[in-house]
Design a protein around this ligand. Structure first.
Ligand SMILES: [Zn+2]
Length: 284
């Protein structure tokens, strides 16, 4: 089975760049079908309100339930205090199977990681080249699966690729997706050093062509069993473990209040943030 673990779907409410304007699913699905892709993980484009964006993704997934699997998009800072509620709805009501977060907006916080842990969801976290944050996340939350898109950098940052490859080797709970990685030998090296079990095929559709991205996996020239792991076997293993709908009914809400310090996204310069008094109090 071929599973694309990284695709956007729905409209963004900005219109400043392709990735926050529109991610039309139909052209993607035509291309994916032609390329032999069976299932696809989808989440919204950049949006000013992920409660709305996730609901939109839920409607799209409901239209193509055999082909699409939803992930809940969260903004670690803007959605602080309501991450559990957002993810709970996505998992129980819409049967979503993961969390997407973009470090361009805010890097993960303890709250995001603890919600991922509570629901046993993989966290697809774009670290925008700042691979060093993975060195905090992975050992602090060894029971959370982190998937690092683009081998650490959409923007072709080879230092980030190198560092993420090291992290794939060192941390059992760190995986990477192949979407948009241009420098092919970093993919070769990632598989060679970390093993096919740690790499997931992703396209970053609909903006990148899913067939073209899948062809990169074929070009690795791996033994069939290893190629199958990257093309979909790993995603299947990680997503199959997730409990959704009724099965997630007894997930306990972590009853705790996050301090100001705990609310700082990993890797942030805390001295540049507002003093605690200036921020509204909230309770998870
Ligand atoms: Zn993406």
């Amino acid at each position: 089975m071929v599973i694309d673990c990284h695709c956007h779907a729905g409209k963004g409410d900005y219109m400043t760049a392709p990735w926050n304007t529109d991610a039309p699913i139909e052209p993607y699905l035509r291309r994916a079908r032609a390329a032999g892709i069976d299932k696809t993980v989808v989440f919204g484009p950049f949006h000013s309100d992920y409660t709305k964006a996730n609901a939109q993704v839920a409607r799209i997934v409901a239209k193509y339930p055999r082909r699409l699997i939803g992930f809940a998009f969260v903004h670690a800072a803007r959605d602080a205090g309501r991450i559990f509620a957002m993810v709970e709805r996505a998992v129980k009501e819409w049967h979503f199977r993961g969390i997407k977060l973009h470090g361009y907006q805010a890097m993960p916080t303890r709250e995001v990681c603890e919600v991922a842990r509570a629901f046993s969801l993989p966290l697809l976290a774009d670290v925008v080249g700042r691979a060093e944050v993975v060195d905090m996340l992975a050992p602090q939350y060894p029971d959370v699966t982190f998937i690092i898109p683009h081998l650490g950098s959409f923007a072709d940052d080879w230092r980030a690729h190198q560092r993420v490859i090291d992290q794939l080797v060192r941390y059992p709970n760190v995986y990477a997706d192949t979407s948009a990685v241009r420098r092919f030998d970093y993919l070769v090296e990632a598989v060679k050093r970390a093993g096919a079990r740690k790499i997931l095929y992703g396209s970053d559709g609909p903006w990148l062509h899913p067939g073209l991205e899948l062809h990169k996996i074929r070009l690795l020239g791996l033994p069939p069993a290893e190629e199958a792991l990257i093309a979909g076997g790993n995603a299947l293993r990680l997503l199959r473990e997730v409990k959704v709908g009724e099965a997630a009914a007894d997930v306990p809400r972590p009853a705790r209040r996050y301090s100001y310090e705990e609310r700082c996204p990993v890797g942030s310069a805390i001295e540049t943030r507002l003093p605690p008094a200036a921020e509204a109090e909230y309770e998870l």
